[in-house]
Design a protein around this ligand. Structure first.
Ligand code: NDP
Length: 304
């Protein structure tokens, strides 16, 4: 079997490439070369100094911030690819880029699959990611057994469909997170203990991943661990809104979510964890989301 290559050893890519290494020879490249060297030392992968060094592989996996960085990498590596190579892009990218990149790679006899992932850094470490794939199902069938970082792989349609599903999934994540944040701020101002409120909500119909996991683990603890950047989530919502606009879909609620997350990114900073968006809700309400009963004093933000 020819080697597999992985480009983009970030928060997601680093653990994802480690799973590939369990299956066979794995070539890794990262813009900051020291990260690739560290990966090689830790997992026995082969760090490449140049992108061209990845061309020996017949499966190239990328996981970069946006489709723009994928284009940068593809324009360098693409002309060196062997015919029959499959390029599987795990970036949360743009559907229109997927179609253009698939077309561009065809001149080198290579196939493109858009294959964004869900499950966060915890899922990447555990090898339990969900992968949503757009492109030729026969090409997916060829490479699917090699996707060692995946627990569930779903073919969702033609090129770009994987990116479309991912963008809408993350727009729903943002909507649920924001709505839960507003609801909890209202409860905090009413004097309700948020730990008790979440215990009820999570056994009731208002629950979501935001109320079950994100808010208790990241917001109430004030930890906001930066595993998924707010700027990346806001990028995903933008892709979801582009998709809606190109299909002339009426999505007034999702448009509102886009505006709120753009504002939160500006106020909080794009490198913060995505859950830090709720700090804007806290500012708007003069309350901090916590599990204590609120102090009714007028000085500073209230603890809730
Ligand atoms: P990170 O910011 O942690 O990593 C980004 C990676 O891209 C790094 O390896 C970085 O290299 C590289 N990179 C950045 N710019 C360039 C460039 N111009 N050329 C080449 N390489 C570049 O991002 P994540 O791993 O968090 O996210 C990657 C993708 O996965 C995004 O599309 C994100 O939306 C998606 N995603 C993220 C999840 C998460 O929980 N974090 C969950 C699901 C999807 P360097 O080391 O040099 O900076």
């Amino acid at each position: 079997m020819k080697p597999t290559a992985f480009a983009g050893l970030g928060a997601m890519g680093f653990p994802m490439a480690a799973h590939l290494a369990r299956q066979g020879q794995t070539l890794v490249w990262n813009r900051t070369a020291a990260t690739a060297e560290a990966h090689a030392a830790q997992y026995g992968t082969q760090a490449q100094q140049s992108l061209e060094g990845l061309a020996r592989a017949d499966l190239i996996v990328t996981c970069l911030p946006t489709s723009q960085e994928v284009w940068e990498v593809m324009r360098v590596l693409g002309p060196h690819l062997q015919p029959g190579t499959v390029w599987l892009d795990c970036t949360s990218g743009h559907p229109s880029s997927a179609r253009e990149q698939a077309e561009w790679l065809r001149q080198y006899g290579a196939d493109f699959l858009d294959a964004p992932v869900s499950g966060g850094t915890a899922g990447a470490s555990a090898g339990t990611l969900t992968v949503m794939v757009g492109g030729d199902p026969a090409v997916l069938e060829r490479v699917q057994p090699r996707l060692a970082f995946a627990q569930k792989v779903v073919h969702v349609g033609e090129e770009g469909a994987g990116f479309s599903v991912k963008a809408i999934n993350n727009t729903l994540l943002a909507a649920n997170l924001w709505a839960a944040g507003e609801g909890l701020a209202a409860l905090a101002l009413a004097g309700v203990d948020l730990g008790a409120a979440l215990e009820v909500i999570n056994a009731s119909s208002g629950r979501s991943n935001a109320t079950e996991n994100l808010i208790p683990q990241r917001v109430l603890t004030r930890e906001f661990p930066a595993t998924f950047a707010l700027g990346l989530l806001t990028k995903d919502i933008g892709i979801g809104l582009d998709l809606a606009q190109s299909g002339k879909a009426a999505t007034p609620l999702l448009a509102q979510v886009g505006g709120l997350f753009r504002a939160a990114t500006t106020v909080t900073g794009p490198q913060q964890d995505h859950t830090a968006a709720l700090k804007l809700i806290e500012q708007l309400n003069g309350v901090q989301l916590g599990t204590q009963a609120p102090s009714l004093g007028t000085e500073g933000p209230k603890q809730a």
